[in-house]
Design a protein around this ligand. Structure first.
Ligand code: FAD
Ligand code: SF4
Length: 289
């Protein structure tokens, strides 16, 4: 496999063995189980996660220092949760010395930048003990999620149980068992424009990254990337937190992850090139010229 999947030490398909976590998790419950284990084992004192905000499906970054708080933040919310905004606060006001953080690939890049160039973040970088990245093809503004759910899927935001992007569709699951699938050609125009120049699908900068793509329903694909990630993963495995299958034995497997990563990178590279040529005459689409 090429550079599109980033550097990694190992890759498996996995699922949490914790039934309580699995019940409300988005996929294999990897993120919540990793943090719950790390908290119990003293590897972290708490984690910055995307908690439930005031509006339905609008995440709010929170510092979770208990298993209950981690569990309350399970599941995917398809709009920005600015988790990095708490990175200073977590070490100062909350006084945490060993911090976990979950985030999209762009947020994992921000974590590493904060460690490399700690302007205004003195003594914060060393306290990041576990960075868990989630795969990400695109994200949406909150207003767009509202329109997709209420206008296109004709459901009330507060009656949605789960949202998911997979198998080429945007799925909305209602509390009474309703399921609405929207073709991605409907959702494309709602994506954040910033996501169209993003070249990372699988959170290359995380200690451990995970997403559903490549693995069967209810399971997750895991890339263990760093020394820290390797050590935490090995300990969590030894503690019985996960059941795993070799990636080569599952369908659709790494081939699909590679294909989607390549599609994202080549599509967004084109947008980058188009933007780079703005104002130079090349590719300029000015109707007055
Ligand atoms: P869980 O145990 O359910 O925990 C999920 C964790 O993610 C929680 O800690 C929660 O607080 C946090 N979280 C939820 N929403 C956000 C958010 N908006 N920003 C930051 N953290 C958040 N996977 C793919 O395989 N392919 C994709 O194309 C893909 N696109 C995604 C796009 C977005 C915008 C997001 C947020 C996620 C995407 N995912 C994608 C990841 C996938 O939806 C799951 O989040 C991931 O598989 C983890 O599931 P889990 O069961 O291990 O996590
Ligand atoms: Fe961030 Fe890229 Fe995902 Fe957009 S597509 S939310 S920029 S990781």
């Amino acid at each position: 496999m090429g550079a599109e999947l980033g550097k990694y030490k190992s890759c498996v398909s996995a699922r949490s063995t914790d039934k309580e976590i699995l019940k409300g998790a988005q996929d294999g419950g990897i993120v919540t189980s990793l943090f719950a284990y790390a908290l119990e084992a003293g590897i972290i004192d708490g984690a910055i996660v995307a908690g439930k905000g005031d509006l339905p499906w609008k995440p709010e970054p929170v510092v979770a220092t208990t298993r209950a708080e981690l569990l309350a933040a399970r599941g995917t919310r398809y709009n920005i949760s600015p988790n990095m905004s708490l990175i200073k606060e977590v070490t100062r006001s909350y006084g945490l010395d060993k911090v976990g953080i979950v985030g999209t690939p762009c947020q994992m890049q921000a974590v590493r930048k904060a460690q490399l160039y700690p302007f205004g973040l003195r003594e914060v970088g060393d306290k990041i003990a576990l960075a868990v990245g989630i795969f990400c093809m695109e994200n949406f503004p909150y207003q767009s999620v509202l329109q997709l759910v209420e206008d296109h899927a004709a459901m009330k935001m507060e009656s949605v149980k789960k949202m998911e992007i997979g198998k080429g569709k945007f799925w909305v699951f209602g509390e009474r068992g309703q399921v609405v699938q929207l073709p991605l050609k409907v959702t494309h125009k709602y994506e954040q424009p910033g996501c169209h120049v993003c070249l990372d699908y699988v959170a290359n900068m995380a200690d451990i990254s995970t997403g559903s793509v490549g693995s069967p329903d209810g399971w997750s694909t895991i890339f263990v990337r760093s020394k820290i990630g390797d050590s935490v993963w090995a300990k969590a495995m030894a503690a019985g937190c996960f059941e795993t299958k070799p990636m080569e034995t599952v369908k659709p497997g790494l081939e699909l992850v590679t294909k989607l990563a390549n599609e994202k990178i080549s599509k967004n590279r084109k947008t980058l090139e188009e933007r780079a040529s703005f104002g130079t005459g090349k590719g300029l689409r000015n109707p007055y010229l």
